[in-house]
Ligand binder design. Structure first.
Ligand code: ADP
Length: 478
Protein backbone atom coordinates (compact mmCIF):
# COMPACT_ATOMS: atom_id res chain seq x y z
CA UNK A 1 0.00 0.00 0.00
CA UNK A 2 2.81 2.33 1.05
CA UNK A 3 4.94 1.31 -1.92
CA UNK A 4 1.99 2.05 -4.20
CA UNK A 5 1.64 5.53 -2.70
CA UNK A 6 5.35 6.16 -3.10
CA UNK A 7 5.19 5.02 -6.72
CA UNK A 8 2.30 7.39 -7.38
CA UNK A 9 4.19 10.27 -5.77
CA UNK A 10 7.32 9.46 -7.75
CA UNK A 11 5.26 9.45 -10.98
CA UNK A 12 3.74 12.80 -10.07
CA UNK A 13 7.03 14.46 -9.10
CA UNK A 14 8.67 13.03 -12.22
CA UNK A 15 6.16 14.74 -14.46
CA UNK A 16 7.26 17.61 -16.68
CA UNK A 17 4.44 19.80 -15.39
CA UNK A 18 5.53 19.32 -11.77
CA UNK A 19 9.14 20.11 -12.62
CA UNK A 20 8.22 23.20 -14.59
CA UNK A 21 5.97 24.53 -11.83
CA UNK A 22 8.63 23.81 -9.21
CA UNK A 23 11.28 25.54 -11.32
CA UNK A 24 9.16 28.64 -11.90
CA UNK A 25 8.13 28.72 -8.26
CA UNK A 26 11.75 28.60 -7.06
CA UNK A 27 12.73 31.33 -9.51
CA UNK A 28 9.88 33.67 -8.58
CA UNK A 29 10.35 33.01 -4.85
CA UNK A 30 14.07 33.86 -5.13
CA UNK A 31 13.24 37.08 -6.98
CA UNK A 32 10.63 38.07 -4.43
CA UNK A 33 12.98 37.38 -1.50
CA UNK A 34 15.51 39.67 -3.17
CA UNK A 35 12.82 42.28 -3.77
CA UNK A 36 11.73 42.11 -0.13
CA UNK A 37 15.17 42.33 1.46
CA UNK A 38 17.20 44.67 -0.72
CA UNK A 39 14.96 47.83 -0.70
CA UNK A 40 14.26 47.43 3.03
CA UNK A 41 17.99 47.15 3.82
CA UNK A 42 18.78 50.06 1.49
CA UNK A 43 16.23 52.41 3.07
CA UNK A 44 17.40 51.36 6.56
CA UNK A 45 20.96 52.24 5.58
CA UNK A 46 19.84 55.65 4.35
CA UNK A 47 18.23 56.34 7.75
CA UNK A 48 21.44 55.15 9.52
CA UNK A 49 23.50 57.59 7.47
CA UNK A 50 21.10 60.42 8.19
CA UNK A 51 21.12 59.56 11.92
CA UNK A 52 24.92 59.48 11.95
CA UNK A 53 25.32 62.95 10.53
CA UNK A 54 22.53 64.53 12.62
CA UNK A 55 23.54 62.91 15.94
CA UNK A 56 27.27 63.61 15.48
CA UNK A 57 26.49 67.20 14.52
CA UNK A 58 24.35 67.61 17.65
CA UNK A 59 27.13 66.05 19.79
CA UNK A 60 29.76 68.32 18.27
CA UNK A 61 27.59 71.45 18.94
CA UNK A 62 27.24 70.35 22.59
CA UNK A 63 30.97 69.48 22.84
CA UNK A 64 32.11 72.83 21.45
CA UNK A 65 29.68 74.68 23.79
CA UNK A 66 31.00 72.67 26.75
CA UNK A 67 34.63 73.44 25.85
CA UNK A 68 33.86 77.16 26.30
CA UNK A 69 32.78 76.71 29.95
CA UNK A 70 34.89 78.31 32.64
CA UNK A 71 34.45 75.35 34.93
CA UNK A 72 33.82 71.98 33.27
CA UNK A 73 31.29 70.70 35.82
CA UNK A 74 27.86 69.05 36.05
CA UNK A 75 26.08 72.36 36.67
CA UNK A 76 27.89 74.09 33.87
CA UNK A 77 26.93 71.24 31.52
CA UNK A 78 23.26 71.39 32.66
CA UNK A 79 23.19 75.14 31.97
CA UNK A 80 24.69 74.74 28.49
CA UNK A 81 22.27 71.93 27.60
CA UNK A 82 19.31 73.96 28.75
CA UNK A 83 20.59 76.97 26.84
CA UNK A 84 20.97 74.91 23.69
CA UNK A 85 17.43 73.57 24.15
CA UNK A 86 18.46 69.98 23.37
CA UNK A 87 15.42 67.70 23.11
CA UNK A 88 14.22 64.40 21.60
CA UNK A 89 17.08 62.35 23.01
CA UNK A 90 16.72 59.15 25.00
CA UNK A 91 19.78 59.99 27.09
CA UNK A 92 22.52 62.62 27.20
CA UNK A 93 25.60 62.26 29.37
CA UNK A 94 28.66 64.34 29.95
CA UNK A 95 31.72 62.85 31.65
CA UNK A 96 35.09 64.18 32.70
CA UNK A 97 38.33 62.92 31.20
CA UNK A 98 38.34 59.96 33.63
CA UNK A 99 34.84 58.82 32.61
CA UNK A 100 33.10 59.99 35.75
CA UNK A 101 29.56 61.20 34.93
CA UNK A 102 29.12 64.96 35.40
CA UNK A 103 25.68 65.21 33.82
CA UNK A 104 23.00 62.58 33.01
CA UNK A 105 19.65 63.47 31.45
CA UNK A 106 17.97 60.22 32.54
CA UNK A 107 15.97 60.05 35.73
CA UNK A 108 18.13 57.44 37.51
CA UNK A 109 21.10 59.73 37.66
CA UNK A 110 24.49 58.14 37.33
CA UNK A 111 26.22 61.36 38.28
CA UNK A 112 29.41 60.78 40.17
CA UNK A 113 29.73 57.21 38.93
CA UNK A 114 31.97 55.97 36.14
CA UNK A 115 30.17 55.32 32.87
CA UNK A 116 31.64 52.32 31.12
CA UNK A 117 29.68 52.43 27.85
CA UNK A 118 31.84 51.22 24.97
CA UNK A 119 31.15 54.36 22.91
CA UNK A 120 32.19 56.58 25.85
CA UNK A 121 35.37 54.63 26.49
CA UNK A 122 36.38 54.99 22.83
CA UNK A 123 35.47 58.72 22.83
CA UNK A 124 37.70 59.23 25.87
CA UNK A 125 40.49 57.65 23.82
CA UNK A 126 39.99 60.55 21.36
CA UNK A 127 37.70 58.85 18.82
CA UNK A 128 34.48 60.12 17.29
CA UNK A 129 32.03 57.23 17.74
CA UNK A 130 28.65 56.39 16.16
CA UNK A 131 26.59 53.18 16.39
CA UNK A 132 23.09 52.51 15.15
CA UNK A 133 20.68 49.57 14.99
CA UNK A 134 17.12 48.76 13.99
CA UNK A 135 15.38 46.53 16.47
CA UNK A 136 12.30 46.31 18.62
CA UNK A 137 10.38 48.48 16.15
CA UNK A 138 12.72 51.48 16.53
CA UNK A 139 16.02 52.96 15.36
CA UNK A 140 18.48 53.08 18.25
CA UNK A 141 21.45 55.42 17.65
CA UNK A 142 24.36 56.35 19.86
CA UNK A 143 27.10 58.92 19.37
CA UNK A 144 30.03 59.95 21.57
CA UNK A 145 32.62 62.72 21.13
CA UNK A 146 35.60 63.90 23.20
CA UNK A 147 35.51 67.49 24.54
CA UNK A 148 38.77 69.40 24.10
CA UNK A 149 39.97 72.80 25.21
CA UNK A 150 43.31 74.12 23.94
CA UNK A 151 44.30 70.60 22.89
CA UNK A 152 43.64 69.11 26.33
CA UNK A 153 40.81 66.61 26.82
CA UNK A 154 38.20 67.76 29.31
CA UNK A 155 35.86 64.82 29.01
CA UNK A 156 33.23 63.37 26.62
CA UNK A 157 29.61 63.81 25.48
CA UNK A 158 27.38 60.77 24.98
CA UNK A 159 24.07 60.95 23.09
CA UNK A 160 21.49 58.18 22.71
CA UNK A 161 18.38 58.50 20.51
CA UNK A 162 15.41 56.15 20.02
CA UNK A 163 13.32 56.88 16.89
CA UNK A 164 10.08 54.89 16.59
CA UNK A 165 8.44 57.24 14.07
CA UNK A 166 10.80 56.60 11.16
CA UNK A 167 10.87 52.92 12.13
CA UNK A 168 7.10 52.77 11.72
CA UNK A 169 7.39 54.00 8.12
CA UNK A 170 9.96 51.30 7.35
CA UNK A 171 7.83 48.59 8.98
CA UNK A 172 4.74 49.70 7.02
CA UNK A 173 6.79 49.66 3.79
CA UNK A 174 8.17 46.22 4.61
CA UNK A 175 4.71 44.80 5.39
CA UNK A 176 3.18 46.23 2.24
CA UNK A 177 6.00 44.79 0.15
CA UNK A 178 5.47 41.37 1.76
CA UNK A 179 1.71 41.45 1.04
CA UNK A 180 2.22 42.48 -2.59
CA UNK A 181 4.92 39.80 -2.97
CA UNK A 182 2.65 37.09 -1.56
CA UNK A 183 -0.08 38.12 -4.00
CA UNK A 184 2.39 38.22 -6.90
CA UNK A 185 3.68 34.77 -5.96
CA UNK A 186 0.16 33.32 -5.84
CA UNK A 187 -0.70 34.92 -9.18
CA UNK A 188 2.53 33.76 -10.82
CA UNK A 189 1.96 30.25 -9.50
CA UNK A 190 -1.59 30.16 -10.86
CA UNK A 191 -0.44 31.42 -14.28
CA UNK A 192 2.43 28.90 -14.31
CA UNK A 193 0.09 26.03 -13.50
CA UNK A 194 -2.37 27.06 -16.23
CA UNK A 195 0.40 27.59 -18.78
CA UNK A 196 2.27 24.35 -18.02
CA UNK A 197 -0.97 22.37 -17.96
CA UNK A 198 -1.74 23.61 -21.48
CA UNK A 199 1.77 22.83 -22.64
CA UNK A 200 1.99 19.37 -21.10
CA UNK A 201 -1.55 18.67 -22.30
CA UNK A 202 -0.38 19.22 -25.86
CA UNK A 203 2.65 16.97 -25.31
CA UNK A 204 0.41 14.28 -23.81
CA UNK A 205 -1.88 14.50 -26.85
CA UNK A 206 1.09 13.88 -29.13
CA UNK A 207 2.43 10.99 -27.06
CA UNK A 208 -1.04 9.37 -27.06
CA UNK A 209 -1.09 9.71 -30.85
CA UNK A 210 2.40 8.14 -31.05
CA UNK A 211 1.16 5.22 -28.94
CA UNK A 212 -1.84 4.74 -31.24
CA UNK A 213 0.46 4.69 -34.27
CA UNK A 214 2.75 2.22 -32.51
CA UNK A 215 -0.24 -0.08 -32.16
CA UNK A 216 -0.59 -0.04 -35.95
CA UNK A 217 -3.24 2.63 -36.53
CA UNK A 218 -1.50 4.72 -39.17
CA UNK A 219 -4.62 6.79 -39.86
CA UNK A 220 -4.00 8.67 -36.59
CA UNK A 221 -3.52 12.46 -36.97
CA UNK A 222 -3.28 15.33 -34.49
CA UNK A 223 -5.02 18.67 -35.07
CA UNK A 224 -2.42 21.38 -35.72
CA UNK A 225 -3.19 24.69 -34.02
CA UNK A 226 -0.96 27.76 -33.82
CA UNK A 227 2.49 28.08 -35.31
CA UNK A 228 4.93 27.34 -32.50
CA UNK A 229 7.54 24.56 -32.32
CA UNK A 230 4.99 22.06 -30.99
CA UNK A 231 2.66 22.79 -33.90
CA UNK A 232 5.59 22.13 -36.24
CA UNK A 233 6.16 18.84 -34.42
CA UNK A 234 2.46 17.99 -34.86
CA UNK A 235 2.70 18.75 -38.59
CA UNK A 236 5.85 16.59 -38.89
CA UNK A 237 4.10 13.81 -37.01
CA UNK A 238 1.11 14.02 -39.38
CA UNK A 239 3.28 13.88 -42.47
CA UNK A 240 5.22 10.96 -40.98
CA UNK A 241 2.03 8.98 -40.30
CA UNK A 242 0.79 9.87 -43.78
CA UNK A 243 3.97 8.38 -45.28
CA UNK A 244 3.64 5.33 -43.04
CA UNK A 245 0.02 4.91 -44.07
CA UNK A 246 0.90 5.18 -47.76
CA UNK A 247 3.79 2.72 -47.40
CA UNK A 248 1.57 0.31 -45.51
CA UNK A 249 -1.17 0.58 -48.16
CA UNK A 250 1.41 0.01 -50.91
CA UNK A 251 2.79 -3.00 -49.05
CA UNK A 252 -0.69 -4.50 -48.62
CA UNK A 253 -1.59 -3.86 -52.25
CA UNK A 254 1.73 -5.35 -53.34
CA UNK A 255 1.24 -8.49 -51.25
CA UNK A 256 -2.31 -8.99 -52.49
CA UNK A 257 -1.34 -8.28 -56.14
CA UNK A 258 1.66 -10.60 -55.86
CA UNK A 259 -0.39 -13.45 -54.41
CA UNK A 260 -3.01 -12.91 -57.09
CA UNK A 261 -0.32 -12.99 -59.80
CA UNK A 262 1.03 -16.25 -58.40
CA UNK A 263 -2.38 -17.80 -57.79
CA UNK A 264 -3.69 -17.33 -61.34
CA UNK A 265 -1.05 -19.44 -63.19
CA UNK A 266 -1.09 -21.98 -60.35
CA UNK A 267 -4.87 -22.35 -60.72
CA UNK A 268 -4.64 -22.88 -64.45
CA UNK A 269 -1.78 -25.40 -64.03
CA UNK A 270 -3.95 -27.26 -61.52
CA UNK A 271 -6.93 -27.18 -63.89
CA UNK A 272 -4.89 -28.43 -66.83
CA UNK A 273 -3.26 -31.20 -64.76
CA UNK A 274 -6.66 -32.28 -63.37
CA UNK A 275 -8.11 -32.42 -66.87
CA UNK A 276 -5.30 -34.69 -67.99
CA UNK A 277 -5.70 -36.90 -64.94
CA UNK A 278 -9.47 -37.12 -65.09
CA UNK A 279 -9.92 -37.88 -68.79
CA UNK A 280 -9.18 -41.54 -69.25
CA UNK A 281 -8.73 -41.69 -72.97
CA UNK A 282 -7.35 -38.31 -73.93
CA UNK A 283 -5.61 -38.40 -77.29
CA UNK A 284 -1.89 -37.70 -77.34
CA UNK A 285 -2.22 -34.43 -79.32
CA UNK A 286 -4.65 -32.88 -76.78
CA UNK A 287 -2.53 -34.07 -73.86
CA UNK A 288 0.53 -32.52 -75.47
CA UNK A 289 -1.34 -29.26 -76.01
CA UNK A 290 -2.33 -29.25 -72.31
CA UNK A 291 1.22 -30.00 -71.22
CA UNK A 292 2.52 -27.18 -73.42
CA UNK A 293 0.06 -24.84 -71.68
CA UNK A 294 1.28 -26.10 -68.31
CA UNK A 295 4.83 -25.45 -69.41
CA UNK A 296 4.10 -21.87 -70.53
CA UNK A 297 2.18 -21.13 -67.30
CA UNK A 298 5.13 -22.52 -65.32
CA UNK A 299 7.47 -20.29 -67.29
CA UNK A 300 5.28 -17.28 -66.51
CA UNK A 301 5.28 -18.24 -62.86
CA UNK A 302 9.07 -18.48 -62.89
CA UNK A 303 9.42 -15.07 -64.52
CA UNK A 304 7.00 -13.44 -62.10
CA UNK A 305 8.66 -14.91 -59.02
CA UNK A 306 12.09 -13.92 -60.37
CA UNK A 307 10.90 -10.34 -60.82
CA UNK A 308 9.28 -10.30 -57.39
CA UNK A 309 12.56 -11.45 -55.87
CA UNK A 310 14.39 -8.77 -57.76
CA UNK A 311 12.00 -6.08 -56.49
CA UNK A 312 12.25 -7.26 -52.90
CA UNK A 313 16.06 -7.27 -53.20
CA UNK A 314 15.84 -3.62 -54.28
CA UNK A 315 13.40 -2.74 -51.48
CA UNK A 316 15.85 -4.22 -48.98
CA UNK A 317 18.50 -1.90 -50.39
CA UNK A 318 20.92 -4.75 -51.08
CA UNK A 319 24.22 -3.35 -52.23
CA UNK A 320 25.61 -4.62 -55.52
CA UNK A 321 29.13 -3.90 -56.68
CA UNK A 322 29.43 -1.38 -59.48
CA UNK A 323 31.64 -1.78 -62.46
CA UNK A 324 32.27 0.28 -65.61
CA UNK A 325 29.70 -0.76 -68.21
CA UNK A 326 29.69 0.35 -71.83
CA UNK A 327 26.04 1.12 -72.46
CA UNK A 328 26.36 0.90 -76.27
CA UNK A 329 27.86 -2.59 -76.07
CA UNK A 330 25.17 -3.66 -73.59
CA UNK A 331 22.44 -2.37 -75.96
CA UNK A 332 23.89 -4.26 -78.95
CA UNK A 333 24.16 -7.45 -76.87
CA UNK A 334 20.56 -7.17 -75.70
CA UNK A 335 19.23 -6.66 -79.20
CA UNK A 336 21.13 -9.76 -80.33
CA UNK A 337 19.39 -11.75 -77.59
CA UNK A 338 15.99 -10.37 -78.64
CA UNK A 339 16.47 -11.04 -82.34
CA UNK A 340 14.75 -14.50 -82.30
CA UNK A 341 11.65 -13.04 -80.56
CA UNK A 342 11.54 -10.05 -82.94
CA UNK A 343 12.05 -12.30 -85.92
CA UNK A 344 8.81 -14.22 -85.12
CA UNK A 345 6.69 -11.17 -86.00
CA UNK A 346 9.08 -9.60 -88.51
CA UNK A 347 10.14 -6.72 -86.32
CA UNK A 348 13.31 -4.90 -87.32
CA UNK A 349 15.81 -4.08 -84.55
CA UNK A 350 18.06 -1.07 -85.10
CA UNK A 351 20.80 0.31 -82.93
CA UNK A 352 22.83 3.51 -83.09
CA UNK A 353 25.44 3.65 -80.36
CA UNK A 354 28.11 6.27 -79.75
CA UNK A 355 31.30 4.54 -78.61
CA UNK A 356 32.68 5.07 -75.10
CA UNK A 357 29.38 5.78 -73.30
CA UNK A 358 30.55 4.21 -70.03
CA UNK A 359 28.67 4.37 -66.76
CA UNK A 360 29.47 2.95 -63.34
CA UNK A 361 26.70 0.52 -62.37
CA UNK A 362 25.89 -3.09 -61.43
CA UNK A 363 26.16 -4.91 -64.77
CA UNK A 364 22.98 -6.98 -64.28
CA UNK A 365 20.94 -3.83 -63.62
CA UNK A 366 22.09 -2.21 -66.85
CA UNK A 367 21.17 -5.32 -68.86
CA UNK A 368 17.83 -5.56 -67.10
CA UNK A 369 16.96 -1.93 -67.87
CA UNK A 370 17.78 -2.25 -71.57
CA UNK A 371 16.26 -5.72 -71.86
CA UNK A 372 12.93 -4.85 -70.22
CA UNK A 373 12.48 -1.71 -72.32
CA UNK A 374 13.53 -3.37 -75.58
CA UNK A 375 11.51 -6.53 -74.88
CA UNK A 376 8.39 -4.40 -74.27
CA UNK A 377 9.10 -2.53 -77.51
CA UNK A 378 9.03 -5.91 -79.31
CA UNK A 379 6.12 -7.40 -77.27
CA UNK A 380 3.81 -4.41 -77.75
CA UNK A 381 4.72 -3.86 -81.41
CA UNK A 382 2.80 -4.66 -84.56
CA UNK A 383 3.89 -7.29 -87.11
CA UNK A 384 6.55 -5.81 -89.39
CA UNK A 385 7.19 -2.94 -86.97
CA UNK A 386 10.46 -1.46 -85.87
CA UNK A 387 12.43 -1.01 -82.66
CA UNK A 388 15.14 1.62 -82.47
CA UNK A 389 17.67 1.84 -79.65
CA UNK A 390 20.19 4.67 -79.37
CA UNK A 391 22.96 5.48 -76.88
CA UNK A 392 24.74 8.85 -76.84
CA UNK A 393 26.15 11.55 -74.61
CA UNK A 394 24.02 14.58 -73.85
CA UNK A 395 24.75 17.44 -71.42
CA UNK A 396 27.32 15.45 -69.45
CA UNK A 397 25.02 12.43 -69.12
CA UNK A 398 24.48 9.25 -71.09
CA UNK A 399 21.13 9.08 -72.86
CA UNK A 400 19.51 5.76 -73.73
CA UNK A 401 16.46 5.91 -76.02
CA UNK A 402 14.20 2.95 -76.81
CA UNK A 403 11.58 3.70 -79.45
CA UNK A 404 9.04 1.48 -81.18
CA UNK A 405 6.38 1.72 -83.83
CA UNK A 406 3.98 -0.40 -81.74
CA UNK A 407 0.53 -0.04 -80.27
CA UNK A 408 1.52 2.91 -78.01
CA UNK A 409 0.34 3.74 -74.49
CA UNK A 410 -2.81 5.83 -73.97
CA UNK A 411 -2.10 9.30 -72.47
CA UNK A 412 -4.14 8.56 -69.32
CA UNK A 413 -2.06 5.44 -68.53
CA UNK A 414 1.35 7.11 -68.88
CA UNK A 415 1.60 8.30 -65.22
CA UNK A 416 0.90 4.75 -63.94
CA UNK A 417 2.95 2.47 -66.09
CA UNK A 418 5.90 2.42 -63.64
CA UNK A 419 3.62 1.18 -60.80
CA UNK A 420 3.92 -2.44 -59.77
CA UNK A 421 1.51 -4.82 -61.59
CA UNK A 422 0.10 -2.02 -63.72
CA UNK A 423 -0.83 -3.09 -67.21
CA UNK A 424 -2.65 -1.10 -69.86
CA UNK A 425 -4.21 -4.15 -71.40
CA UNK A 426 -4.20 -7.05 -68.93
CA UNK A 427 -5.20 -9.72 -71.43
CA UNK A 428 -2.59 -8.64 -73.99
CA UNK A 429 0.16 -8.48 -71.35
CA UNK A 430 -0.75 -11.92 -70.03
CA UNK A 431 -0.90 -13.34 -73.51
CA UNK A 432 2.66 -12.05 -74.11
CA UNK A 433 3.95 -13.46 -70.84
CA UNK A 434 3.98 -10.11 -69.02
CA UNK A 435 3.85 -9.70 -65.28
CA UNK A 436 3.33 -5.93 -64.92
CA UNK A 437 6.61 -5.69 -63.02
CA UNK A 438 9.15 -5.01 -65.79
CA UNK A 439 8.83 -1.21 -65.93
CA UNK A 440 8.65 -0.93 -62.16
CA UNK A 441 12.00 -2.78 -61.93
CA UNK A 442 13.42 -0.47 -64.61
CA UNK A 443 12.22 2.57 -62.69
CA UNK A 444 13.76 1.42 -59.39
CA UNK A 445 17.05 0.43 -61.01
CA UNK A 446 17.38 3.77 -62.81
CA UNK A 447 16.58 5.68 -59.59
CA UNK A 448 19.19 3.66 -57.69
CA UNK A 449 21.79 4.74 -60.23
CA UNK A 450 20.85 8.38 -59.78
CA UNK A 451 19.31 8.54 -63.26
CA UNK A 452 15.88 9.53 -64.59
CA UNK A 453 13.35 7.94 -66.94
CA UNK A 454 10.69 9.53 -69.14
CA UNK A 455 8.04 8.02 -71.38
CA UNK A 456 6.19 9.72 -74.20
CA UNK A 457 4.14 8.86 -77.23
CA UNK A 458 6.19 8.69 -80.41
CA UNK A 459 5.09 10.87 -83.33
CA UNK A 460 3.58 8.62 -85.98
CA UNK A 461 2.55 5.97 -83.40
CA UNK A 462 4.42 3.90 -80.85
CA UNK A 463 6.27 4.73 -77.65
CA UNK A 464 9.58 6.38 -76.69
CA UNK A 465 11.44 5.76 -73.41
CA UNK A 466 14.35 8.10 -72.57
CA UNK A 467 16.72 7.12 -69.74
CA UNK A 468 19.44 9.50 -68.53
CA UNK A 469 22.40 8.13 -66.54
CA UNK A 470 25.08 10.04 -64.70
CA UNK A 471 28.39 9.23 -66.40
CA UNK A 472 29.96 8.08 -63.12
CA UNK A 473 27.35 7.45 -60.48
CA UNK A 474 28.59 7.77 -56.87
CA UNK A 475 29.71 4.51 -55.24
CA UNK A 476 27.07 3.26 -52.80
CA UNK A 477 24.33 5.43 -54.39
CA UNK A 478 21.81 2.71 -53.75
P1 ADP B 1 4.55 -6.37 -68.55
O1 ADP B 1 5.25 -7.50 -67.94
O2 ADP B 1 3.06 -6.50 -68.51
O3 ADP B 1 5.07 -6.00 -69.88
P2 ADP B 1 5.70 -3.87 -67.74
O4 ADP B 1 5.83 -3.28 -66.36
O5 ADP B 1 6.93 -4.11 -68.48
O6 ADP B 1 4.84 -5.16 -67.55
O7 ADP B 1 4.80 -2.88 -68.52
C1 ADP B 1 3.60 -2.38 -67.97
C2 ADP B 1 2.55 -2.15 -69.04
O8 ADP B 1 2.93 -1.00 -69.81
C3 ADP B 1 2.43 -3.26 -70.04
O9 ADP B 1 1.49 -4.21 -69.57
C4 ADP B 1 1.95 -2.56 -71.26
O10 ADP B 1 0.52 -2.42 -71.22
C5 ADP B 1 2.56 -1.19 -71.16
N1 ADP B 1 3.77 -1.04 -72.00
C6 ADP B 1 5.05 -1.14 -71.59
N2 ADP B 1 5.91 -0.90 -72.61
C7 ADP B 1 5.16 -0.66 -73.69
C8 ADP B 1 5.44 -0.31 -75.06
N3 ADP B 1 6.69 -0.20 -75.51
N4 ADP B 1 4.42 -0.09 -75.89
C9 ADP B 1 3.14 -0.18 -75.43
N5 ADP B 1 2.78 -0.50 -74.17
C10 ADP B 1 3.78 -0.73 -73.30
Amino acid sequence: MRAKGEKKLARFTGRVQFRLVLGFFALIAALLILLNTYPVAASRDIVFKEKESSLLEQASVIASSLSGLDSFSGDGAAQVIELLGVSGLERLMVTDAAGRVLYDSSGDSAEGKYALFAELVRALEGEQVFWSSFSGGAYLSRAALPVYRDGAMLGAVYLCERDAEQAEILIAFRDRLATVSALALALALAITIIFTRRLTGRITRLSQAVRTVREGNYAQRVAVEGSDELSELYADFNSMTETLQKTEEQRRRFVSDASHELKTPLASIRLLADSILESENMDAATAREFIEDISSETERLRRTSEKLLDLSRRDDGAHVRRVDVDLGEAAKDTLRRLAPLAGKTGIALDCECEPGCVISAPEDDVYQIIFNLAENAVKYNVPGGRVFVSVRREDGRVLLTVEDTGIGIPEKDLPNIFSRFYRVDKARSRERGGSGLGLSIVHDAVAALGGSIEVSAREGGGTRFCVRFPVKAKEGGE
